[in-house]
Design a protein around this ligand. Structure first.
Ligand code: KG4
Ligand code: ZN
Length: 330
């Protein structure tokens, strides 16, 4: 059997545990989501999130180890998210990893969650090619960067306010859709028609994003006309997001002349975004790397996958939690 890493992800509201080999094959994975806990609050309630992680983490690790018929001594290492994320949630994963590392006598690496998303494109059959333009669009982040290789990156732009995923979630709430907001918006947008013209914030300028104005524009439309068709509204919202993300991606491709375009983070599960980016990659004749849809959102497999890079690069393991960890820091 090939060597496996145990990946632990608890940065936000998913307790996700996976066993992954060097080629990105997933031997077992289990994710316990907390949507039902947080739905009533209209967003993730940090203290309840850490309590739920504490309940779920050990039984989930046990299930995954049993599923793959793995004994602790068969593991190469443990990889656990150390940031960015909610401090209480991070601490549950980190202290569990620390205890297991001591008890099982294997190293535990604190992993940057954003690097996990980047490596999610390598899971299963995927391969990332460099130099690349990467776009990370999740609930916590929206950024675009140039990457010469796996470690050498240059930030081009980030968001001034809300992230794309956050905007999806808030618009979903305005439209009365349940959590998770992203998939609900995708489906509604497919049923609807983009009749209303919403703003395209900062489409003409550089690489920065700003999504809070778009979210407010949707809220104003709904306030003025509460009975309007929600599907059409979702379609108008998605059309605006796609136009903005496309403009930034094109600008970066023209400036950086990359071999590939890499799109990661929870919003990369959106079929509209996948199709939009596919067209751009074809037009510029470059590769497009996306994670398998089911591994676009937070999961332990991407954290395990990123751990291989830390081992190969000889990075000193650190289990220090860093809630606002940058992409540039391991
Ligand atoms: O990467 P992720 O799981 O967590 C963070 O690191 O933030 O991203 C979660 C975000 C949420 O805001 C969610 O609405 C969005 O990803 N998302 C989607 C879809 N699935 C999740 N957005 C659009 N379409 C989806 N299918
Ligand atoms: Zn994430």
């Amino acid at each position: 059997m090939s060597e496996l890493i145990l990946g632990i992800e608890t940065s936000c509201d998913d307790t996700s545990i996976a066993l992954v080999d060097r080629q990105g094959q997933i031997a077992a994975i289990k994710t316990v989501s907390q949507f039902e806990i947080h739905d009533a609050f209209g967003g993730v309630y940090p203290e309840l999130a850490s309590r739920a992680h504490l309940h779920a983490i050990l039984p989930t690790i046990e299930d995954v180890m049993k599923d793959a018929r793995i004994r602790p001594q068969d593991l190469k290492a443990i990889g656990v998210t150390r940031g960015p994320g909610l401090i209480g949630s991070l601490l549950v994963g980190l202290s569990t990893a620390q205890a297991l590392s001591m008890g099982w006598n294997i190293p535990a690496y604190g992993i940057n969650h954003l690097r996990g998303h980047l490596r999610s494109v390598e899971l299963e059959e995927g391969k990332a090619e460099f130099p690349a333009v990467i776009m990370l669009v999740s609930g916590g982040h929206s950024l675009i960067a140039e990457m010469k290789n796996e470690w050498d990156y240059r930030l081009l732009g980030t968001t001034r306010d809300d992230s794309v995923g956050e905007c999806y979630d808030k618009v979903a709430r305005t439209l009365g859709f349940p959590m998770p907001g992203g998939p609900a918006i995708d489906k509604a947008a497919m049923r609807g028609t983009a009749r209303i013209r919403l703003p395209r914030p900062m489409i003409k300028e550089g690489y920065e994003f700003s999504f809070s104005g778009l979210k407010s524009a949707v809220a104003r439309h709904i306030e003025k006309e509460p009975d309007q068709n929600k599907d059409d509204m979702a379609a108008a919202f998605v059309a605006s997001c796609m136009d903005v993300l496309s403009a930034k991606a094109r600008r970066a491709i023209e400036e950086c002349q990359p071999k590939s375009l890499i799109i990661v983070g929870g919003v990369s599960a959106s079929p509209q975004l996948r199709e939009t980016m596919q067209k751009i990659a074809q037009e510029y004749k470059i590769n497009l790397s996306l994670p398998p849809i089911k591994w676009a959102t937070d999961n332990g497999a991407m954290i395990a996958m990123a751990t291989w890079d830390y081992i190969d690069r000889g990075i000193q393991p650190s289990l220090e939690p860093i809630p606002n960890l940058h992409l540039s820091t391991p």
